[in-house]
Design a protein around this ligand. Structure first.
Ligand code: BGC
Length: 702
């Protein structure tokens, strides 16, 4: 294999010096010219295959079971590549480049969601870090590892706003807030795509699942969603618009029927809004078999009609179901579909291949895995990211951090469970690479004992990683009874109880909360989970995460989120008769070992019609710590009933013990105060606005 690569490189070197007389092969020609030249040479069959995606290798996604596949036309436009052998990836490319008439390279894609081999915290956890730079770094490392295996495309970031924790895919996104999700989306796109898609180590991003998939009814997957135009505009669209502005190369159309029209067949969504309004110039891929599912969704009578609807709506590439391959030719021949509609889709796909530099450098250097994966600096980033993603929900009497000679018992189903540290969608991550909680704790704590002798019982509870992800809906978000019993019994036995939660969704903790002295939400933290958790337990890391999603008091409160619109009767009206209407832990909640004091906010006009809101935060403890300041805007009177509070800016800073830092929110009224109406027009009306920030600034009467 090594030899083969050397030969390929030599061939490339020879080519590098010469500019081809065939325009599309000429690396110095502008991309548009190359695309048009190539398109003009393609047969319809070749075009249709460019617009088709199939898979290569064995899919380990239990929801998309398909036999190990190595049989696909060499002219295929894209493959979901399940292997991690770079040699095989080069073999696929060689077949496409050397054994086909036009030599068009294949676009190899994969679900690289929170790491490729080095696994980072699940996106929901990353959202709790309030550190977009960290998200960018994680995505950049993921891109480097994936690229080294021959991949050039990831189906990430997932930017569906999700407000129902029973929906399993809540773990894949950044929570309930459109602004925060937009910021993390931008960071992820920048991390994957880097400065230029042509650079080594960068891969194309894919914004998914467009759109409204996260508004799942009753927490179930694949069901229709109903979202008003107003809420689509002010809540579900913004992260996609932000991703388009950040230059995301592709978008994935979702599974759901939205307001009566399946999104994968909606020209309004895929063309009018995405391209017309936002100027998206990449290509759209359907979700897995989403074109065929137009039949099940009741808008297409057969596969041919499904293909016509999807292509004309704006789905450029058909994932896996072969609908385009089997139907587009006859549709075009019978004039049911225009050839130029297909040309347009292929033009977009080829444009990305050229932008990625695939035509000029289709092969990937074949290096041993040890040089490509889990490098010490990758693990270091994973540990730091995990440290920032945990949320300290409760810390009664400052029980945490523990001194390292405390007699601790580490119990519960996730105490020594490397197979649950990574979380769902772990690409090529392995449990054997992940540090379990116990392995981490053993490195610092010298007195690990059985429960009877312990001063502190560390209860490691939650949900296995297979409980969240695609098709992982639950009817409630309760913990299993035996786990609750573990916490309650430990407390009743006179122990101090520290609860460590391993999970991918908010859980209902109100039954155990009174029995826990401390609760640390650790999510699924990835390869360095155990080490990072131990860092927090022993105080090497001061927790700084804050929730990017509300933790309901019970499942019955769902959906519950901070940025709801005001209700018509306030005070004690419209409340539950049996439980509180307040969540257990609100959006933005998260404790620290430091204590932070916020000054009054000052507001002053600055240049360009803008304002500056300033707050000084003082760390009046003896421990250095980081604080994320979340800034909210409210518009109490507007012709649109706007959410009671809307996050508009956030920033995290390290504040050494005893010191203060100033946080500044520069307010551009047209961006930060304006709302948007149901037609997509900005609405900025005269009147008062309320600017707030503070440790519990999202708190409001629910
Ligand atoms: C999921 C997508 C994923 C695709 C390819 C689908 O089932 O909904 O998120 O990217 O499979 O694996």
């Amino acid at each position: 294999m090594k030899k083969e690569f050397l030969l390929l490189s030599a061939a490339l070197l020879l080519c590098a010096g010469c500019s081809s007389s065939i325009t599309y092969k000429d690396a110095s020609a502008p991309v548009e010219k190359r695309v048009e030249d190539l398109l003009s040479r393609m047969t319809r069959e070749e075009k249709i295959l460019q617009a088709s995606q199939y898979i290569c290798g064995e899919n380990d996604n239990v929801n998309n079971i398909i036999d190990n596949q190595t049989d696909y036309p060499a002219e295929i436009g894209s493959l979901i590549y399940f292997g991690q052998s770079v040699e095989y990836a080069n073999h696929i490319q060689k077949n496409a480049v050397e054994n086909t008439r036009l030599g068009i390279p294949v676009l190899l894609g994969f679900d690289v969601i929170h790491g490729y081999r080095t696994i980072f915290p699940i996106p929901l956890a990353q959202g709790c870090s309030w550190n977009p730079e960290m998200v960018r770094q994680c995505c950049s490392i993921a891109a480097t590892e994936a690229y080294s295996s021959g991949l050039r495309w990831t189906f990430s970031p997932m930017i569906d706003i999700a407000r129902d924790p029973r929906w399993g895919r809540v773990m894949e996104g950044y929570g309930e807030d459109p602004y925060a999700t937009s910021v993390f989306c931008r960071a992820a796109v920048e991390g994957y795509q880097g400065g230029s898609l042509a650079d080594e180590g960068t891969i194309a991003a894919c914004l998914k699942h467009y759109v409204g998939y996260g508004a799942s009814e009753a927490g179930r997957d694949y069901v229709p969603t109903d979202i008003s135009d107003q809420t689509l505009r002010d809540t579900y669209f913004p992260p996609y618009k932000a991703g388009v502005e950040a230059g995301a190369a592709t978008v994935m159309s979702s599974f759901n029927t939205l307001n009566g029209t399946p999104t994968s067949g909606s020209r309004w969504l895929l063309t009018d809004v995405l391209r017309g309004e936002w100027g998206f110039d990449g290509f759209v891929v359907s979700d897995w078999e989403a074109v065929m599912q137009l039949i099940y969704q009741g808008v297409a009578k057969d596969k041919a009609e499904a293909g016509k609807i999807a292509l004309e709506a704006g789905v450029d590439m058909d994932m896996v179901d072969w609908i385009y391959r089997d139907n587009l030719d006859s549709l075009i021949r019978s004039n049911a579909v225009k050839e130029k509609t297909l040309d347009e889709a292929v033009r977009r796909i080829l444009t990305l291949k050229f932008r990625l530099g695939l035509f000029d450098k289709p092969y990937t250097e074949e290096r041993p895995e040890a040089e490509r994966f889990l490098l010490p600096e990758y693990r270091e980033t994973a540990r730091a990211a995990a440290g920032e993603s945990m949320v300290l929900l409760k810390n009664e009497g400052g029980i945490l951090p523990l001194s390292c000679d405390t007699r601790v018992a580490v119990v519960g189903p996730f105490a020594d469970s490397p197979e649950n540290m990574n979380g769902n969608w772990t690409a090529k991550g392995r449990s054997s690479d992940a540090v379990s909680i116990l392995s981490g704790v053993r490195k610092e704590f010298s007195n690990i004992v059985k429960t009877r002798r312990a001063e502190v019982v560390i209860c490691c509870i939650g949900q296995p990683q297979g409980a969240t992800g695609e098709n992982c809906s639950y009817s409630t978000i309760d913990l299993p009874e035996d786990q609750e019993k573990l916490v309650i019994d430990s407390k009743k036995a006179g122990k101090k109880v520290v609860v460590l939660l391993t999970n991918g969704r908010p859980l209902a903790l109100s039954r155990i909360e009174p029995y826990a002295d401390a609760i640390l939400e650790t999510w699924h933290l990835g390869s360095e989970a155990g080490n990072a958790i131990c860092d927090v337990l022993c105080g090497k890391t001061n927790p700084s995460g804050k929730l990017c999603i509300t933790f309901p008091y019970t499942s019955g409160q769902i959906p519950i989120y901070y940025n709801r619109r005001p209700r018509s009767r306030n005070y004690d009206m419209g409340v539950y008769q049996d439980i509180t209407i307040d969540p257990l832990y609100e959006f933005g909640h998260g404790l620290s070992y430091s204590s932070f004091n916020y000054s009054e906010i000052s507001l002053a006009p600055v240049e360009g019609g803008k304002f500056e809101a300033k707050v000084t935060v003082t760390n009046d403890s003896k421990v250095d710590g980081s604080e994320a300041v979340l800034w909210f805007v409210s518009d109490p009177v507007c012709r649109i009933s706007r959410p009671v509070k809307e996050l508009k800016f956030f920033e995290k800073k390290m504040i050494p013990a005893g010191e203060s830092r100033e946080f500044v929110f520069e307010i551009d009224p047209s961006v930060d105060l304006a709302g948007i109406d149901a037609a997509g027009k900005p609405v900025l009306e005269k009147g008062d606005f309320i600017i707030s920030c503070g440790p519990r600034s999202a708190t409001l009467s629910y």
